[in-house]
Design a protein around this ligand. Structure first.
Ligand code: AMP
Ligand code: GLY
Length: 421
């Protein structure tokens, strides 16, 4: 089979490594992929949002199957465009990807179908939003409606901060068009859990739970990033909570989308907060999370391609999805300065042992050698019998990943270890 994966980060590298395990796979094209992915797939210089070029390439190569991994091509209708040309895809159509593409949509969906989430108000006019903030409970959370690379969320500790955030989004267009509508919501507390789930639109099969580490610095200090490391499974997510989430959140969401004639097929990501009043949805993503995927897929025992095709074909009910009982830890190495400005172009080297378990996010090939080209550069994942062993091994292995200006958090998994004790 000829496969194509749209995207070019650590998540896509993890997806490609898992897909490659299927003996029927002859070749995988990555659009655009990256310098590290080039070791596992044929990289094609077409950007992930160049929908017309993606479709033309898939048609020319008579692609057997396509996986669209990032949020923006999904929201732009990449799956719709490929399916129109008869190419089967993993990923939701645009009318379902809106569950991530518009926070106003997802909040209204949850309200309509009684899915637990933070209380909220939606505003399209600045003066109404400012007036609301005069009496809103503080702290409060201000979110830009559209995709903003995870940066469109402000936790405001004071009324002034909240007003500033709303003004930046609505009047100063700090997040572009994505901020012309804002959601202001109740501040929730509790441990966060990421649950990625396969779905064919009828059946939902949650993957092993995970925990992201979003802040740039140790002990959750510093700026929010795309994610500095992950562990799986998440110790806060007990079997009992999993059952409750299935009943109150996962199934109701899949059914709601179907009822709205927006059947969701692909990977639905539930960002949950385990509050004193039960699990609540913080956000939905219409795709695999990154770096969650880098711990979740290494624990998948079933064949990824088979499971993905079952999502596409609507046969997930008959397809087993099994995970290992082991533990995984992924340590991200980033360029110093990320998520703000940073230097790139440093030579990236990996020991043989590290390379086998390292997913490359931000590096390109120059004269056949890897050099850094992004904020997050690598993710190194260890799978072991216990969380403690996985953490130790992930750090030991990631020491074999070297590049100029590198930094990583030193405490990935520590909060989870505390929770287990
Ligand atoms: P999001 O982009 O929606 O995932 O938000 C980014 C981060 O902001 C989340 O991972 C949470 O840590 C935090 N967050 C978002 N919404 C809330 C909320 N209602 N209450 C508390 N924290 C929140
Ligand atoms: N790691 C969070 C995300 O993928 O959105």
């Amino acid at each position: 089979m000829k496969l194509m994966v749209v995207g070019g980060g650590g998540r896509e590298h993890a997806i490609i490594r898992s897909l490659k395990k299927n003996p029927d796979v002859e070749v995988i094209y990555a659009l655009p992929g990256n310098g590290g992915i080039a070791a596992d797939a044929v990289c094609v210089p077409i950007g992930a949002t160049e929908i017309e070029k993606i479709v033309a390439f898939a048609v020319e190569k008579k692609m057997d199957y396509a996986v669209v991994a990032p949020d923006d091509p999904l929201v732009l209708g990449c799956v719709d465009a490929l399916e129109e040309k008869g190419i089967p895809c993993f990923g939701p159509r645009a009318n379902a990807a809106i569950i991530e593409g518009s926070k106003a949509f997802s909040k209204n969906l949850m309200k309509k179908y009684g899915i637990p989430t933070a209380a909220y108000e939606i505003f399209t006019e600045l003066d109404k939003a400012l007036a609301y903030l005069e009496t809103a409970p503080i702290p409060t959370v201000v979110k830009a409606d559209g995709l903003a690379l995870g940066k469109g969320v402000i936790i405001a500790q004071t009324r002034e901060e909240a007003k500033q955030a709303v003004t930046d989004m609505m009047a100063n267009a700090k997040f572009g068009a994505s901020g012309s509508t804002v959601v202001i919501e109740e501040f929730l507390t509790g441990p966060e859990v990421s649950v990625l789930a396969f779905t064919d639109g009828k059946v939902v099969r949650p993957m092993v739970s995970s925990m992201d580490h979003k802040r740039a610095g140790d002990n959750d200090t510093g700026l929010n990033t795309g994610g500095m490391g992950t562990i799986a499974p998440n110790p806060y997510y007990t079997d009992e909570i999993a059952k409750q989430c299935m009943k109150e959140i996962f199934l109701p969401t899949i059914r709601a989308m179907k009822k709205e004639k927006r059947t969701f097929k692909g990977c639905l990501y539930f960002g949950l907060m385990l509050t004193p009043n039960g699990p609540k949805v913080i956000e939905y993503n219409c795709r695999f999370g990154d770096p969650e995927t880098q711990v979740v897929l290494p624990l998948l025992k079933s064949d990824l391609l088979t499971v993905m095709q079952a999502c596409t074909n609507g046969t997930l009910a008959k397809t087993p999805v099994r995970f290992s009982k082991k533990h995984a830890c992924c340590v991200i190495k980033a360029s110093k300065g990320y998520p703000e400005s940073y230097k790139k172009g440093y030579r990236l080297t990996m020991s043989e042992r590290a390379e086998r378990v390292t997913f490359v996010a931000g590096a390109k090939l120059e004269n056949g050698k890897l050099v850094t080209s992004g904020g997050r550069v690598t993710g190194t994942t260890a799978v072991r019998g216990s969380l403690e062993e996985a953490i130790t091994a992930a750090y030991r292995l990631s020491a074999g990943v070297k590049f100029g200006n590198a930094y990583c958090r030193s405490d990935i998994g520590q909060r989870a270890l505390q929770a287990k004790k």
